[in-house]
Design a protein around this ligand. Structure first.
Ligand code: VG1
Ligand code: CO
Length: 543
């Protein structure tokens, strides 16, 4: 074994986005690309000498090769121990949990989440800190700064670690500990939920389908839902993680999880349907004949979490990302809970969770989680939903209908314009920014603007400030539109347009969201000039 110092040069564009560094897989496979970034992570955290790290990923193409490189670089840096999920697999929430329960200094998660995988698709890597959560801007800024000046990296030359053999191996002085990726996570779930009640529900004939989308949650869902809770074999479909996710987008929404949607809308629908994404932190929830929007799901879970043992003592507070609908706020208000509004991206919840200011948080992008880890958690959300269904003994449809009647329904939709020319997308945002003070009083598609701003967030715990986090426009009657550019894409720009409108009349709460929001959708185009700027007639993805 030889420790080498390899000369390199800065590589442009290694700036972590909403959730780590995401690029085309081929870019990550270019000489020095991965190594440069990993070395800069070590630099940003003052080295890894004597430290314990967690390492795992969602199993996408290049996952195993990247793991070997990272292990050799951890050894070169003098890491004491690296805890690796068997096969270099760990769901994002399981990695977060392992960092916490093992008291690790941090961890690297290899994933591009819901982006497709394969040699022609996407790869990604992100660093999580000792609380188990995504590194905050202070750390990612340091990583990026290091990528701009890097001159060399350290790596040892050695044979591959056997990623399949559980137990300890060594690279020089560094212990590489291969662990069952599911065990610690399953133990945590058992603490939070009444597994006896869930077992009884399945034994009583409750039916569900969980679509793992050929991504990392397959082994977790099989172990917990089928093997532990007794759901019939076949409840979890597409359960084997594949390097290309079977050619699909492992993105749990009605577009990419269409087979599940078709089943749930058809005559043979089970009681409950759910799906998770590439790295297991997102969730989609569907009742028989009814898709639950992530914003509504968050609100329902906030209103009912106390029904699960882990939350029986009530919630300390709740939090949502700014573009997420106000449905959560309505529950918080009714229950006297503090409700925090943060920028998009889970890293902004970390301080609130650490400080005990929020117990439950979520994003409109199918992310829900709690203070049990410091990432959003797909399977956890499914188990919490199952707990609510079991405690209330009602259908998803009944629960939603009653929820809306009590709190109002925030009709909600997000329209994504993908692969837009980056300059055109910037120009659209800049044009809105330039007109912010003029907008109030103007009318678009019959809706009059009452207020407009660009969202900035002052973290109440550490005082850090995040600016330019999306443009918000409010209208008379309460509708809101948010415009922002994605920070997770790998090609061009993705414009996200988030629209919502509150409906308090129960007689008008069972409509279709696109129809209910038709005027707001027209106003979005009118106020931002979406067609003019992007040249697009319609969004690529509507959720
Ligand atoms: C998207 C979502 C955001 C989420 C992020 C990471 O970011 O909008 O809510 O936190 O993905 O999710 P953006 O910048 O593209 O809008 V995941 O499942 O990739 O870890
Ligand atoms: Co994800």
């Amino acid at each position: 074994m030889e420790r080498l110092t390899i000369a390199t040069r800065p590589i442009a564009g290694q700036k972590p986005g909403t959730s780590g560094l995401r690029k085309k897989t081929r870019v990550f496979m270019e000489p020095h690309y991965l190594e440069n970034f990993v070395q800069c992570v070590w630099t940003a955290i003052d080295g890894v000498a004597g430290k314990t790290l967690v390492l795992g990923g969602d199993g996408r193409y290049f996952n195993d090769r990247a793991a070997q490189v990272i292990l050799r670089m951890a050894a070169a840096g003098g890491a004491a121990r690296v805890i690796v999920g068997q096969g270099a697999l760990l769901s994002t929430p399981a990695a977060s949990n392992l960092i916490r329960v093992r008291g690790a200094n941090g961890g690297l998660i290899m994933s591009a989440s819901h982006n497709p995988g394969g040699i022609e698709e996407d790869f990604g890597i992100k660093y999580n800190i000792a609380n188990g959560g995504p590194a905050p801007a202070e750390v990612t800024d340091k990583i990026f700064a290091a990528t701009e000046v890097i001159q060399s990296y350290d790596i040892v030359e050695t044979t591959d670690v056997d990623l399949q053999s559980l137990g300890e191996q060594r690279i020089g002085e560094t212990i590489v500990e291969i662990v069952d990726p599911v065990a610690e996570y399953a133990a945590l779930m058992e603490k939070l939920f009444d597994f006896g009640a869930l077992r009884a529900m399945f034994a009583g004939g409750f039916t569900m389908r969980f679509d793992a989308m050929h991504a990392v949650t397959g082994p977790y869902a099989k172990a917990i839902l089928e093997e532990t809770l007794g759901a019939p074999a076949g409840t979890v479909v597409n359960a084997a993680p594949l390097p290309d996710f079977g050619g699909g987008h492992p993105d749990p929404n009605p577009i990419w999880a269409k087979p599940l949607m078709d089943l749930m809308m058809g005559p043979d629908a089970p009681d409950f349907g759910a799906a998770s994404d590439g790295d297991g932190d997102r969730n989609m929830v569907v009742g028989r004949g009814l898709y639950v929007t992530p914003s509504d799901s968050l609100a329902v879970l906030a209103a009912n979490a106390h029904l699960a043992p882990g939350y029986a003592g009530g919630l300390a507070g709740v939090a949502r990302s700014m573009p997420t609908s106000g449905a959560l706020d309505r529950v918080a208000e009714a229950r006297g809970l503090a409700c925090h509004e943060t920028p998009t991206g889970w890293k902004f919840f970390g301080n609130l969770l650490d400080a005990g200011m929020a117990t439950l948080c979520g994003e409109e992008s199918a992310g829900t989680g709690s203070d049990h880890v410091r990432e959003k958690d797909g399977l956890w959300a499914v188990l919490l939903w199952l707990s609510v269904l079991s405690a209330r003994g009602e259908s998803v449809q009944d629960i939603l209908t009653k929820h809306w009647a009590e709190f109002g329904r925030n009709y909600y939709s997000r329209h994504d314009y993908e692969g837009v020319d980056a300059e055109a997308a910037e120009a659209l945002m800049q044009s809105l920014r330039d007109r912010l003070t003029d907008l109030p009083g103007q009318t678009f598609a019959g809706l009059t603007v009452t207020a407009a701003d660009e969202f900035a967030y002052d973290d109440p715990v550490d005082g850090s400030r995040a600016e330019a986090q999306g443009i918000r426009v409010w209208f008379e009657g309460g509708a809101r539109i948010v415009f922002r550019l994605s920070g997770t894409g790998t090609v061009g720009a993705t414009l996200r347009v988030y629209m919502e409108n509150l409906e308090l009349d129960p007689a008008a709460q069972s409509g279709d969201a696109q129809e209910a929001l038709a005027t707001v959708i027209s106003a979005a185009d009118a106020v931002a000039g979406i067609k003019d700027h992007t040249g697009r007639e319609a969004p690529d993805v509507v959720t």
